[in-house]
Design a protein around this ligand. Structure first.
Ligand code: AMP
Length: 281
């Protein structure tokens, strides 16, 4: 695996590879890699000649300096995992390679995709996401880009960004990998205390319960069931639970016949913020 820290040398290398007709798959990450990330690498490897993974803890998408400073950084282990997974190129830039000091974050306005749910609770988060993803897409110019369903709203937003800017990048949204008890794998899980880790399983269990009840219950009843379930798990502090149209993320008042529905949740477990989602139909 080749490691690049500079934009210019990576660009040069990829231009030469592209000239040879190589198709490029791209997996952007913030590191502290786990099997979820590696499943994205594996999908990219199956569909491309070259797989580029980026590891960059993007400061502009954190709305809490504590969350940024506590974000796990495990670069040596990440490099080992990437080599084992057969990744071809790692792009691991310093902050000043991606941001000049005077630069401002792009403001991203994609309606509900940026203003609701994560956008409502993490102000400016998606501005930072779009800013860095645009920069990374500009440098790497991938044919295919791989994002996880785990961050569903982010993946939907990237789809809208690609479409709005007529980019020639095909977006692949890959399934969420979970621990055996159902908890979605996340770099933040290592920060859960043993007790919080046990309580965190209520998040996927709630989603599975809602999915099971979806065919025979109205949205109002499903939401009441969710709140009732959460009231019995005092160790979780809910930010949002929503059942929404999976394309627009518009909250559903009633089930619709045509589109598909998704349940999305964000909750604090101890001092760790967890998100998860499940397609219902
Ligand atoms: P992150 O490093 O958390 O920014 O994640 C990088 C990419 O990996 C994003 O596209 C995530 O959605 C994806 N990802 C994170 N966790 C999982 C998971 N459990 N299963 C599949 N993909 C994931």
């Amino acid at each position: 695996m080749k490691l690049f820290k500079q934009i210019s040398s990576l660009r040069q290398h990829l231009a030469a590879e592209r000239q040879k007709g190589k198709q490029i798959g791209f997996v952007p990450t913030m590191g502290a890699l786990h099997k979820g990330h590696l499943s994205l690498i594996s999908s990219s490897r199956a569909q491309n000649d070259l797989t580029v993974c980026s590891i960059f803890v993007n400061p502009t998408q954190f709305n809490s300096s504590e969350d940024l400073s506590k974000y796990p950084r495990t670069i040596e282990n990440d490099i080992k995992l990437l080599i084992e997974s057969g990744c071809n190129i790692l792009f691991h830039p310093e902050v000043n390679e991606m941001y000049s000091s005077v630069e401002e974050t792009r403001v991203a306005d994609y309606g509900l995709l940026t203003s609701s749910l994560e956008g409502q609770f993490r102000l400016g988060h998606f501005d930072g996401v779009i800013t860095i993803v645009k920069k990374l897409f500009d440098v790497i110019e991938p044919d295919n880009a791989y994002f996880g369903q785990k961050d569903y709203q982010q993946a939907a937003l990237i789809g809208a960004f690609i479409q709005r800017n007529s980019l020639k990048i095909k977006l692949h949204i890959c399934p969420t990998l979970r621990d055996s008890d159902g908890l979605a794998l996340s770099s933040r899980n290592v920060r859960l205390s043993p007790d919080d880790r046990k309580d965190a399983v209520s998040i996927p269990q709630l989603l599975f319960m809602i999915k099971e009840n979806y065919p025979n219950n109205s949205i109002t009843v499903l939401k009441a069931k969710a709140l009732d379930y959460l009231s019995k798990v005092p160790s979780l502090t809910l930010e949002y639970f929503e059942i929404a149209d999976s394309q627009t993320l518009e909250p559903l008042k009633e089930k619709h016949e045509s589109g598909s529905a998704i349940a999305l949740i964000a909750a604090w477990c101890g001092n760790v913020r967890l998100i998860d989602n499940l397609l219902l139909s």
